[in-house]
Design a binder for this molecule. Structure first.
Ligand code: G3P
Ligand code: CA
Length: 249
């Protein structure tokens, strides 16, 4: 099973932060997954929700904050000597600065999920492909989105990019892949609803889940049975506990 650190090592560090990505970059993972959105001044920031409320001390939509404003928000992380510590919402450039050396030296992949379903962020596909090219990272990036329009657009305009389609249902992923030239299926682990999938596609099947918990990881996290998943044709998993799986326990 290939392991992808979902939003970084987001059981032991706050999700989608430089700290969670740095922890993941030190593991023998296949890749790191992250989510991008656009600020009011059209800067690409790495954050999962369309609103900042859950993960920062702010309130409101990402699209209504300038980069400077979103950078002023605090994300609480591990205390040091009993004192609270904070980090920030990273830009995608900050993440590339951190991870590019690991991509080049170890072949680390980055899955960039375009969060374009709730807010469309027109043009984000062109912006991220151009930036990836500028950074020389093309061959290390896998794009994905729950918005099929984003995947159709990115593959039509940039056929050379590697893109996976995200749906809950594996059947919907498969049907999409039969109509459009995607490079992977990204279904929900609880909706592997195509019997004998391996008779129908050779594409990688990378599962995501909603069952694992997030930082501060105080309760035990669900552990998946990789052998059982592999029997169902799964090749890769996005997991919050890449650090646990890589520890060989
Ligand atoms: O790409 C896999 C996974 O990240 C999709 O769900 O909600 O964690 O972005 P979510
Ligand atoms: Ca995601």
């Amino acid at each position: 099973m290939k392991i992808w650190a979902h939003r970084g090592c987001c059981y032991t560090w706050p999700e989608n932060t430089l700290q969670s990505f740095e922890a993941a970059s030190k593991l023998p993972v296949t890749g790191i997954e992250l989510d991008i959105q656009l600020t009011k001044d059209r800067k690409m920031v790495v954050i999962h929700d369309e609103k900042v409320d859950r993960t920062t001390n702010g309130k409101g939509w990402v699209k209504d904050f300038t980069l400077e404003e979103i950078k002023a928000l605090k994300i609480e992380t591990h205390p040091v000597n009993g004192e609270k510590q904070y980090t920030q919402v990273p830009t995608i450039e900050e993440v590339f600065t951190l991870l590019k050396p690991v991509c080049l030296s170890k072949g680390l992949l980055i899955n960039i999920e375009l969060k374009t379903s709730e807010v469309r962020y027109e043009g984000i596909e062109d912006m991220i492909v151009a930036l990836v090219k500028e950074w020389g990272l093309d061959k290390y990036i896998v794009y994905s989105s729950f918005n099929p329009d984003s995947i159709v657009l990115i593959k039509q305009k940039y056929p050379y990019v590697n893109a996976g389609i995200l749906y809950d249902s594996e059947k919907l992923c498969l049907e999409f892949s039969q109509k459009y030239p995607v490079n992977a299926l990204h279904p929900y682990v609880e909706m592997l609803d195509v019997p004998d999938i391996r008779e129908k596609t050779d594409l990688p099947i990378r599962v995501w889940n909603e069952e694992e918990i997030f930082y501060p990881g105080k309760e035990p996290c669900k552990h998946y049975d990789f052998e059982a998943l592999e029997k169902l044709g799964v090749t890769d998993i996005f997991t919050n506990i890449a650090d646990y799986y890589c520890s060989g326990k």
